[in-house]
Design a protein. Structure first.
Length: 230
């Protein structure tokens, strides 16, 4: 997503290439929220991310728009105030106003920074499967016993878990087959990200030429206070 232009007009969001993704990203809500709170900007938006992959692309885009507009206007909102605005846009958006790794509670608006150290190498496996977040959460049972204390900071990757895997796998058994195949390649840990379908793979593995899906190396990023992610 890029801020293409800005003028002294009421906020409008333009996403002619992908209006459905625009709605999923909460950009329409951003318009109304910022019109109430800032009311000074026109912004054109071009979306360049895949939807329904569980990577938080829409949420990170929304957070970046909030941050960027605030910077352009001379920072009238504090980080905590931006976090409150972010919670009005979507449950995952406040996370991006952390320093890069955090424990989130409530519906996502309560963000507590945490430091993760000694992480092994990370790869992303990208199945060509698009998951419906609403359906995954609908299939999730609130009575499902959590594998661990969701508010505790994990000490190593063995404590990482995702309780949305089970309902996602019920919707897409093929996704579970992909996770099993990735584990068989030799990764230390494989977890679905968000509500799917991307898998995060920790450690190294012997990846065959005919791998079950595209796999790409990646690295974690963080930010300093009063700066954005680089």
């Amino acid at each position: 997503m890029h801020i293409l232009s800005f003028f002294g007009n009421p906020i409008k969001t333009l996403c002619p290439s992908a209006p459905s993704i625009c709605d999923k990203c909460g950009l329409t809500r951003i318009s109304h929220i910022l019109t109430r709170h800032l009311n000074k900007l026109f912004c054109g938006l071009a979306i360049r991310n895949s939807s329904s992959t569980g990577l938080g692309g829409g949420s990170s885009n929304a957070a970046t728009v909030l941050w960027g507009i605030n910077e352009l206007l001379g920072c009238p909102q504090t980080n905590d105030e931006l976090k409150e605005l972010a919670a009005c846009v979507g449950s995952d958006v406040p996370f991006f106003f952390s320093l890069g790794s955090a424990i989130c509670s409530g519906r996502g608006e309560e963000v507590k920074n945490c430091l993760l150290t000694h992480l092994p190498s990370i790869s992303l496996a990208l199945p060509n499967i698009h998951m419906n977040t609403r359906q995954v959460y609908h299939n999730f049972s609130a009575s499902h016993k959590l594998e661990s204390d969701a508010n505790s900071i994990p000490k190593d990757i063995d404590q990482f878990f995702n309780d949305l895997e089970e309902p996602a796998f019920k919707l897409s058994p093929e996704l579970k087959k992909i996770k099993n195949a990735l584990q068989n390649y030799g990764y230390k840990k494989v977890l679905m990200t968000g509500s799917g379908s991307t898998m995060i793979c920790f450690g190294e593995a012997a990846i065959p030429k005919d791998a079950i899906c595209h796999i790409s190396k990646c690295s974690s990023i963080s930010r300093y206070p009063n700066e954005w992610y680089h």
